[in-house]
Design a protein around this ligand. Structure first.
Ligand code: ADP
Length: 264
């Protein structure tokens, strides 16, 4: 009903590659301005769901609408930025600077950077700034760490002003000590720039202060709610979720754990 106020509306989607369903009756809507973290074990259908949202796989059953429009009619793909998991695997020595890689995200003709409009140059610098890489602007991307390279690709996605940014496990190449500041940066994109974020992650336990919503996927959608509701789930429930018995994650169940542990 409210699909028009949702950036993404997933409606009873099922998907199979061969004979067994990989996604089964998944319904999920993502409001404008949300920062949704999708968690789930390996092979639980997370990438498949992202590919369906990005129009890279054809829907078999159910529907998806983007910005209030059926995905089969949707044409405003420039509103959606995507950074894949493998974005940060550049070899050292790849002959492009941070500035050049980010500029390549502009939809216009590439290569003639000296002819780039001032406005576009400004956009490139702003995108680089928004991922905190200003001091690396003219550095070769191959000289950057995995996490910094990931930021470069986020900036590349940001340069065309997306309203929605989709990230597939962006912290895979990020050093453990930099994960927190990486999410700090994503939190700023969400809160200060108002970009709706959809992220597949394994770090959910450490970022509940950054995300606004969490979805737990394992073929079915086992939980979907805001961060407060997610935090009421017990750790046991999460380990059960990652194990074989995933049916404990129902609303009825975790309401039993309701408690008023607020502190000033
Ligand atoms: P996740 O991203 O959560 O690890 P995927 O969506 O990549 O899960 O995969 C879900 C299931 O679908 C896995 O069992 C995987 O082996 C299978 N699968 C993924 N891609 C294909 C494909 N192209 N052909 C057949 N099976 C696939």
């Amino acid at each position: 009903m409210n699909s028009n106020s949702s950036i993404i509306n997933i409606d009873h989607v099922s998907y199979r590659y061969e004979k067994e369903n990989v996604l089964e009756d998944v319904s999920l809507s993502i409001p404008k301005g949300a920062f949704l973290g999708i968690v789930g074990p390996n092979g639980s259908g997370k990438s498949t769901l992202l590919k369906l949202i990005l129009g890279l796989l054809k829907l078999q059953k159910g529907g998806i609408s983007l910005f209030g429009q059926d995905i089969n009619k949707f044409k405003e793909w420039h509103k959606i930025g995507f950074v894949s998991q493998k974005a940060n695997s550049f070899n050292t020595g790849f002959p492009a600077t941070v500035y050049e890689v980010v500029a390549s995200g502009l939809t216009k003709k590439l290569g003639l950077f000296k002819f780039m409009a001032k406005q576009d140059q400004q956009k490139v610098h702003e995108a680089i700034k928004s991922v905190d890489l200003t001091k690396f602007t003219n550095q070769n991307i191959g000289e950057l760490s995995g996490g910094q390279q990931q930021r470069v690709f986020i900036a590349r996605a940001l340069v065309s002003d997306p309203e929605l940014l989709i990230l597939d496990e962006p912290t895979v190449g990020v050093d453990a000590q930099n994960v927190q500041s990486f999410y700090e940066m994503l939190g700023n994109l969400n809160q200060k720039m108002g970009i709706t974020l959809l992220l597949v992650t394994h770090d959910i336990g450490t970022i509940t202060d950054k995300v606004t919503h969490v979805a737990c996927l394992n073929k079915h959608l086992h939980f979907h709610g805001n961060t407060d509701e997610f935090e009421q789930l017990k750790l046991n429930d999460m380990s059960d979720f990652y194990g074989h018995d995933v049916h404990v994650l129902t609303h009825d169940h975790h309401h039993h754990h309701h408690h008023g542990g607020t502190s000033q």
